[in-house]
Design a protein around this ligand. Structure first.
Ligand SMILES: [Zn+2]
Ligand SMILES: [Zn+2]
Length: 346
């Protein structure tokens, strides 16, 4: 299977960032990209929809590439090899995620924190992503994917799952500890499965009856409102909701020595903290920034071992804009996944 450079494909592009209700994306015909040296050309089978795609489409994130194609949770097949690629073969199933380049030479990269690399580049923001029939990825940043899990099930693991897993590590959950999850969307419902499988007690703190029901189905011990007190003090908490008002709420819910990790790329302002009630007794407040490839490989291995399953809502690729609109409107729980219908007659 090879793809000629003269072939064209269907792809979504952000023509002019704006509110998703005004349909800022356009579905266009454009050439299939040619893989640069060291890159793979990937035939997109499935691409999960991330809230970050919404930020790119609406202009909350500054434009890094004009007319960018969003999408950074891609499951696909290697359809072409750039010069010098020797460790992948045509037809391999690979994952394309958010992090697509780090320099490997800065102080952060050298100490194992490539997530902090100031020269990092991101799929679907700095380079065209997976809302298309084909995309490219540097081979060194493509994930090898396990067998026995479907494309649609795997796709949401590639951002929601990996970022959630890094947040879990940043929350320093002790063995068999008590974990609070503030907000219960795509990331949280995957992290909850890992934590429960590892013996943690999980408390979901979220608005929305359906989210609470899902949390309990996945093994959470309790599910209450985001501003409610959990039934017991927490060793660790992760704030997935992009709501700064919840920081003091979660800090008060922590036991002495507990840690809160803030998982979002965006957070509204944090109100004033009360030192005695919300930070003293060695409570810790931490942020989470992107992830390393090591996080990704470790999470994918655990996801297979623990049978972590995403709750998914499938849309055809041609309905990507609708999927983003539905995400913003909160019309579904779990993750939306776009699929290319490669079996249909062209
Ligand atoms: Zn994402
Ligand atoms: Zn670096």
């Amino acid at each position: 299977m090879t793809v000629g450079s003269s072939q064209t494909m269907q792809a979504w592009v952000v023509s002019q960032p704006g509110l998703i209700e005004t349909s800022p994306l356009r579905y266009v015909e454009k050439p299939v990209p040619a893989p640069a040296p060291g890159e793979l050309l990937v035939q997109v089978l499935a691409c999960a929809v991330c809230r970050t795609d919404l930020h790119v489409s609406e202009g909350d994130l500054p434009v890094h590439r004009q007319h960018v194609t969003p999408g950074h949770m891609v499951v696909g097949l290697v359809a072409g090899l750039g010069e010098g690629v020797t460790d992948h073969a045509l037809g391999d199933r690979v994952g394309v995620a958010w992090l697509r380049y780090t320099d490997g030479t800065c102080a952060y990269c050298r100490r194992g924190n490539e997530n902090l690399c100031p020269n990092s580049l991101y799929t679907g923001w700095d380079a065209d992503g997976g809302y298309a029939e084909y995309t490219t990825v540097p081979a060194a940043f493509a994930y090898r994917l396990p067998t026995g899990v479907t494309d649609v099930e795997l796709a949401p693991l590639l951002c929601a799952g990996i970022i959630g897993y890094r947040a879990l590590q940043r929350a320093s959950l002790p063995e068999h500890g008590r974990l609070g999850l503030y907000g219960f969307g795509d990331s949280a419902h995957l992290v909850a499965q890992v934590a429960v499988a590892q013996g943690a007690t999980v408390h979901a703190l979220t608005r929305g009856e359906a989210s609470r029901r899902l949390a309990l189905e996945l093994g959470a011990t309790s599910a209450g409102g985001a501003y409610d007190s959990p039934p017991e003090p927490l060793d660790s908490a992760i704030l997935f909701a992009p709501v700064g008002d919840l920081v003091p709420v979660a800090m008060r819910a922590l036991d002495r020595g507990g840690t809160l990790a803030v998982a979002g790329i965006h957070l509204s302002d944090i109100p004033q903290l009360n030192y005695e009630n919300e930070l003293f007794y060695e409570k810790q407040l931490r942020s989470v920034t992107s992830n390393t490839r090591h996080d990704g490989r470790e999470f994918l291995a655990l996801a297979v071992r623990y049978h972590v399953r995403a709750t998914t809502h499938v849309y055809p690729m041609s309905q990507a804009q609708q999927a983003l609109q539905d995400l913003k409107a909160g019309l579904f729980d779990g993750a939306a996944v776009l699929v290319n219908d490669w079996d249909a007659p062209q």
